[in-house]
Design a protein around this ligand. Sequence first.
Ligand SMILES: [Zn+2]
Length: 180
Amino acid sequence: MESSIIHDHSYLPHQTFESSNFLQAWEEHYHDLLLIRPPTQHSTCGVCARRKLILKRLAKDPEARRDQMLRYKQHLSRQYRDRACYWQARGMSRLGPAAGGKRTLCIMLDSIDHSKFAVPRARCLGSKDFANFIRPTMHCTAALVHGVATFVILGEPFTMQNSSWTVHSGPHHACAGSTQ
Ligand SMILES: [Zn+2]
């Protein structure tokens, strides 16, 4: 199979390489060996998407377009200030205890969709025949305590994933961080 791929592309030396072609070829021939996910799987910001859509539709109305652009820039500016605030907290957390002994801890906490941990794992389980097949899963939450450690918390699938889960796991990370 490998030689046929090389042969197929050898007569097109003038074509430029594009990562989308590589991903397509990989998915076609090697998806059983390794799955390459797209660069980002995060959903896009709803405000950005809405503003961009409105801007597109206001192409013939410069006044309204200017107003929308102003709102869009204000949103981006707010987002940037949020990030700058996080970068500052992250830096202080990584620096460790200050001269007076006080310490800043910056903790990033996020959970992953528990269905991603369902076992057994096999392509055939995506079929309708297995629609009612109950596969065990686990809740998974990871906490990155900047400058200290990374924690992974696993929970039974019937455990409630709500604010109590977050509140109970938070102090644990803070305690771990304060002992360092
Ligand atoms: Zn946005």
